[in-house]
Each structure stands twice: as structure tokens, then as C-alpha cells.
Design a protein around this ligand. Structure first.
Ligand SMILES: [Zn+2]
Length: 109
């Protein structure tokens, strides 16, 4: 299955919006220009999407990139790694990545 597209409701009429364009502001933040699809509203505005926390650390971490590793929240959406990435990380390796001791080691770097 292809990834879901980003979508956001109009803050005024709650109708669907469409993305006009977007631009990357930094490695962690992107601005998205939105148009309300409701012809009786026609609101237009800008949303910001930011990367705020790490669920599974990168196997190829970049120097200078520090995204907090935090405990999973009860309302996190759980997605199997093998369906989002076309690699074959073993179940044992995935469990290691999710272990508290691994998270602790990553935070010390
Ligand atoms: Zn609207």
C-alpha cells in the first residue's frame, strides 16, 4: 500500500483542503500551502509540519541531527516496519531497536 497523503481540514468550515505547494524550511520542518475545497469558504493558508520525536532510531544516523527518543504514547499509530520500508530487518533486530537499553545507548551519543 502506498503511503497516505498528508491532509488537513479547513479550520473555518472543516471541509477538506488541498495542498497547493509546499517547501522545506529545514531538515525538520516543512511548510504546506493549503486551499479550502469548499467554494463557499475559500480559505487559504499555510500549515507547518515538523518532525518532533523518534520512534525507531535510524540505522544511518546523521551527525548533528538530534530528535528526541521518547516512550511510545498510548495513542501512537503502530505501523509494522516491514510494510513501510522495503527491507528485511529481522524480528530480533527490530526488538533490539525497540528495547529500553538501546534507546538509552542512543541518547548517550
Ligand atoms: Zn473552509
Amino acid at each position: 500500500m502506498a503511503g497516505k497523503r498528508f491532509s488537513m481540514r479547513c479550520p473555518h468550515c472543516r471541509s477538506a483542503t488541498r495542498t497547493i505547494t509546499s517547501k522545506q524550511l529545514s531538515d525538520l520542518v516543512r511548510e504546506i500551502y493549503l486551499d479550502c475545497m469548499n467554494v463557499e469558504c475559500l480559505w487559504r493558508g499555510v500549515a507547518q509540519v515538523g518532525i518532533v520525536r523518534t520512534l525507531v532510531p535510524s540505522m544511518t544516523p546523521a551527525k548533528g541531527v538530534s530528535i528526541p527518543m521518547v516512550e511510545r504514547r498510548s495513542n501512537d499509530i503502530v505501523v509494522s516496519h516491514s510494510t513501510t520500508v522495503g527491507n528485511s530487518v529481522s524480528a530480533a533486530a527490530q526488538n533490539e531497536l525497540r528495547s529500553p537499553s538501546f534507546a538509552k545507548r542512543m541518547s548517550l551519543n
